[in-house]
Ligand binder design. Structure first.
Ligand code: ZN
Length: 410
């Protein structure tokens, strides 16, 4: 079974490219420079979009990216001299991106390109060419070296096709498209495990290990809910609302960072010590518990967990398998294979009415994920199979995937 596409895989001149996104650690001067470049890119996008519209409406002429580039270089002096303060790469790239947006629109893959509002649109810009990834930073034209918060994630020395710098709640990120030629490390020889990803607990491993969330997280989550209410009470478009939104964003970002740090510790431990790690594609269940904001947080943190597992797996010699979405990991009894038709979210302990098995709900799910490993990995080696078979209590059992045959046998 193939892994889901969590990275942006795309063919570029016959080679596979991969997208990586990570946080930057910028100085005040760099932040200001990034803001100026994002402003220039937004301005160029809006200017080009307006030019294309009027040119088509008045003369019936479709301006190409090259026409717009040429025009921008000549009109820059008169209408936007401040553009000289930024690298020309950012506004020119914005015009390229607008060209791509139109292409996507005509290919029916996207909606008609819109103007970018100063307030609402995401501050970002893209650069191409002359980008270098180093151990602790990324080097861009006119910017020099921008420090990275997360070391070892971007492959050092890799060929970078493009870099997008963007801001979110006061934090800056870089997302790069890299040609990937790396070969994964040899297996670390550890056991096969299933991992149940959660929200109340970060993760539960099938060997019984429970990885808790950082304590402070709960406090911030309560704050998030409170601030969300405050936002909804404020009058639309009022400055008080803007302030409340800003506070909410900061809390949200704080939670994301705390989760990400905890996820880093967990995924490093897992990929260093386990040879095969089975996770679920999407943990729909735990996302239904709270409101929409919590849902998007849950969604993001699970994606982040799997993203980190996948890139670290290549570094430390582990393999990550993803169980299909419909696999009933929570409802299945990990001892006898019975599948419950219904399991309430409040039932934290799994109790099997067939064999009487009792276990923590998340642990039961993790064990089921571990057991499904052989049917997922057609590429599993012999030693990995032995590891699964080495557990006598489960070796003679059918995999939960084959429920029907198993139940008729009991
Ligand atoms: Zn049972």
């Amino acid at each position: 079974m193939a892994l889901p596409m969590l990275y942006c895989w795309r063919e570029v001149t016959g080679q596979v490219s991969r997208a990586y996104k990570t946080e930057l650690d910028l100085t005040q001067a760099q932040r200001e420079a990034c803001l100026r470049h994002a402003g220039a890119a937004r301005w160029a996008w809006n200017w080009a979009l307006a030019r294309k519209k009027t040119s088509y409406e008045t003369e019936g002429k479709v301006l190409s990216v090259f026409d717009l580039h040429k025009e921008l270089t000549t009109v820059k002096k008169t209408i936007a001299p401040w553009l000289y303060e930024v690298s020309s790469a950012a506004p020119l790239q914005a015009i390229w991106d607008l060209g791509d947006a139109f292409k996507n629109f005509f290919d029916k893959r996207a909606r008609y390109p819109r103007f970018k509002s100063r307030k609402r649109s995401r501050k970002s810009f893209r650069m191409q060419g002359d980008i270098k990834v180093m151990e602790r930073g990324i080097k861009l034209r006119t910017f020099g070296v921008l420090r990275l918060k997360e070391r070892g994630y971007l492959p050092v020395g890799a060929h970078v096709l493009s870099a997008t710098i963007s801001e979110r709640a006061g934090r800056w990120y870089v997302s790069v498209c890299i040609e990937d030629n790396s070969t994964p490390a040899p297996s670390n020889g550890g056991p096969v495990v299933g991992v149940d990803l959660g929200i109340s607990a970060l993760a539960t491993i099938s060997d019984g290990t429970h990885i808790a969330n950082p304590r402070a997280l709960a406090r911030y989550e309560r704050r998030l809910i409170r601030q969300q209410k405050q936002v909804s009470r404020k009058e639309r478009d009022s400055s008080n609302r803007m302030k409340a939104v800003e506070r909410l964003r900061r809390t949200y970002a704080r939670i994301v960072t705390m989760r990400t740090d905890a996820i880093h510790k967990a995924t490093t431990m897992l990929t260093r010590t386990k040879s095969v790690i089975v996770v679920e594609d999407l943990h729909v269940e735990s996302m239904m518990r709270k409101g929409p904001l919590a849902k998007s947080l849950a969604d993001a943190s699970m994606r982040e967990f799997i993203r980190q597992l996948q890139y670290k797996a290549g570094l430390y010699g582990a393999k990550v398998l993803v169980a299909p979405e419909f696999f009933p990991s929570s409802k299945t009894c990990s001892r006898c294979g019975n599948v419950k038709s219904d399991l309430a979210l409040s039932e934290r302990v799994y109790v099997c009415e067939i064999c009487g098995f009792e276990a923590d709900r998340d642990l039961n799910a993790a064990i089921n994920l571990e057991m499904v490993a052989p049917s997922l990995g057609e590429t599993l080696n012999a030693w990995q199979r032995k590891e699964v078979a080495g557990r006598p209590r489960r070796a003679d059992q059918c995999l939960p995937m084959k429920q029907e045959t198993h139940r008729s046998a009991t």
